[in-house]
Design a protein around this ligand. Structure first.
Ligand code: ATP
Length: 273
């Protein structure tokens, strides 16, 4: 997979800060009864940096990403894109500013790969306008960026899990957003692809927020981490400062062995038997 930095992968200097202030989110239609999915969550994702969301299954990572994308009704608190409250940004403009790569973007529509990537251009050209040359160029660049240019004519339904994941990332890149919200972007990817996709996100110049399960990837590629536990923030800060055996044991209930790379980055391994 050859990744290139070009129009779709670099927009240095234009990314915005994305901030959540005291978010409280209840399950849809629960009418604010029962346990909240997020309780008083605050976080800041810096421009052109990678913020990792980590935490066990059910901790609230997807809920937070959907809230940050404006897709999840919020009971209290707010999401700010730069200085603007997100709910005040018109829907179409929001779609140009933020792209969300969802965990399971399943569709069996009989679309070619290029058509799937072109869906990312809808906020730029309007749903009923024909695809223009510029849309095709940007979509092709996005496919090239994720190493999938030779798959442009293939049927989406025929792709493997990892190939689908890359194409969905290309769709998000084709949207040319300031903020990339990635829900488990390394799902299904082999080791090399995991590293390349996260490097691509890191070097994109965009504000990136990625939910990750792999703590080693989070430590390697994120500038800042937010650790979620039962819908609240258990810890936040630079990976080398906050990731410890104690924190992992507190949040995940297992105590890992912690090694360190030459650069001082923590690496987590299961304890020796
Ligand atoms: N509509 C809903 N009604 C009730 N509970 C919900 C609803 N949506 C999500 N939840 C619950 O909210 C919690 C947080 O879910 P979420 O998907 O945000 O977690 P996550 O950290 O992304 O988990 P995973 O790592 O498993 O993907 C889970 O316990 C989930 O079951």
């Amino acid at each position: 997979m050859t990744l290139s930095v070009d129009e779709v992968t670099s927009r240095a200097g234009t990314a915005a800060e994305l901030r959540a202030a005291e978010l409280v989110v209840y399950p849809a239609r629960s009418g604010d009864r029962g346990p909240a999915l997020l309780r008083g969550v605050s976080m800041t994702a810096r421009p052109a940096g990678v913020t990792g969301l980590i935490g066990p299954n059910g901790a609230g990572k997807t809920t937070l990403l959907r809230s940050l994308a404006g897709l999840q009704p919020i009971s209290s608190g707010e999401v700010l894109l730069g200085a603007r409250p997100l709910h005040r940004v018109p829907r179409r403009q929001r779609a140009r500013l933020l792209a969300l790569l969802q965990q399971q973007a399943e569709t069996e529509l009989p679309l070619a790969v290029l058509d799937v990537v072109l869906l990312g251009r809808i906020p730029h050209r309007g749903r009923w306008q024909p695809v223009g040359d510029r849309d095709t160029t940007v979509a092709a660049q996005a496919l090239r960026a994720v190493g999938m240019e030779s798959f442009a004519e293939r049927r989406w339904a025929s792709l493997s899990g990892g190939e689908r994941q890359r194409v969905q990332l290309a769709r998000a890149l084709a949207q040319q957003p300031e903020v990339l919200l990635l829900d488990e972007p390394t799902n299904h990817l082999d080791l090399r692809a995991q590293w390349e996709i996260l490097a691509l996100a890191r070097d994109s110049g965009r504000t990136v927020i990625a939910a990750l399960h792999d703590l080693n990837l989070a430590a390697a590629f994120c500038d800042h981490l937010v650790v979620l536990e039962h819908g609240t923030v258990a810890a936040a800060g630079p990976p080398a400062e906050i990731l410890s055996a104690g924190l992992v044991e507190q949040v995940y209930g297992v105590r890992p062995e912690v090694l360190h790379t030459a650069a001082g980055r923590p690496v987590f391994a299961p304890p020796a038997p």
